[in-house]
Write a protein that binds this ligand. Structure first.
Ligand SMILES: [Fe+2]
Length: 345
């Protein structure tokens, strides 16, 4: 690497030392606000499937993303009909609160990760929508609608997709700007691992937390894809740990008292900045296993303080976030275990 540009070298050094970059995402605050208002109209205006249907759709209580759509014989169109198979995670709508309630309703248990025993599922009060560009997701929704004889896709879905189409396009451009710099150090990053096609297959997660959450909204973890951009959040509360602190002691400290862990730093930023960081698949064997970059360990705590230019919309939303996950079939998947277990230096 003879002619490494100053900018690329600086960006890389910052990622190595601090674990993240603040990058301009160029998505206007108004576009984000309109998008979230449209999401509220979608989620408040359209029904969920009944608990009975949801329970019958869940194939495996330990993997709520595996659904049997042939079990959905409801006469009314509902939000789970936006859900469709996709690389890594399903596209469309997922509601963990509803799924947990359905498992409880049908008296089905899940496996406790520590003991291996079957236990009632714990509520996970959130819902999210994995948005993919319309060319990807709308034909899949149509295909399923035809296969199962469901009624037409309602206008709320099409309006939501109209709003997020541009947000996804701007997010793709933002990630390409960073990857183009990193490509000086990581050959073939945009030509092989994050191609245009891969970025179309990468979701924006529209995440809505429901009221009644505890103090810790998302426990510490690293993300599974190649890299992530936290584009926007309604509230302050996104925290991270510097890569140099990723040692055994840090894991113990976090486990003992995550809320007061002195290593966890709150990231504050203006509304035009996203937080870019590396995720697990980046260092997969098939990608860049020798990289100096570490996937960012982060969590979300419940702080009652709105970020600038952000607002809450709808009836069941305590907080929201918009996140872009870069998926790379060529880099491959990572197992959940690796992203929730501390990685020690
Ligand atoms: Fe995350």
């Amino acid at each position: 690497m003879s002619q490494l540009s100053m900018e690329a070298a600086q960006a890389h050094e910052k990622l190595v030392n601090e674990g993240y970059l603040l990058i301009p995402h160029k998505i206007p605050a108004e576009a984000i606000d309109e998008g979230m208002a449209e999401y509220a109209a979608f989620t408040d205006g359209l029904p969920d499937p009944s608990l009975d249907t949801m329970a019958r759709m869940i194939i495996n209580p330990d993997n709520l993303d595996e659904l049997d759509f042939s079990q959905d014989q409801e006469s009314e169109w509902h939000k789970y009909r936006t859900n469709h198979p996709q690389f890594a995670k399903p596209g469309g709508y997922t509601n963990r609160s509803l799924q947990t309630a359905a498992l409880r309703y049908s008296e089905r248990f899940v496996t406790d990760k520590n003991t291996g025993l079957l236990v009632p599922p714990e509520d996970d009060p959130k819902e999210y929508y994995h948005f993919h560009p319309n060319a990807i997701s709308l034909p899949r929704m149509e295909e399923m609608r035809e296969r199962y004889g469901w009624s037409p896709i309602p206008p709320e879905v099409l309006k939501l997709h109209a709003k997020f189409s541009n947000i996804h396009a701007l997010a793709r451009q933002a990630i390409i700007r960073v990857f183009a710099q990193l490509e000086e150090l990581y050959p073939e990053l945009t030509s092989q691992f994050a191609t245009q096609e891969d970025l179309f297959g990468s979701p924006i997660r529209i995440l809505q937390y429901h009221p009644g959450q505890g103090d810790l909204l998302a426990g510490g973890h690293t993300d599974k894809g190649l890299a992530t951009i936290q584009i926007a959040e309604s509230h302050v509360g996104f925290r991270m740990r510097e890569p140099s602190n990723t040692v055994e002691d840090a894991a113990e400290r976090y486990k003992a008292d995550p809320l007061h862990d002195p290593d966890m730093e709150l990231i504050r930023r203006s509304e035009d900045q996203g937080v870019f960081f590396i995720s697990e698949a980046f260092r997969n064997e098939a990608a860049y296993p020798d990289t100096e970059l570490t996937p960012l360990w982060h969590d979300v705590v419940n702080i009652d303080e709105l970020n600038e230019k952000r607002a809450i919309h709808g009836k069941n939303c305590a907080r929201w976030a918009i996140i872009f996950f870069t998926n790379s079939p060529k880099a491959g998947l990572v197992t959940k275990n690796r992203t929730h277990t501390e990685i020690t230096a």
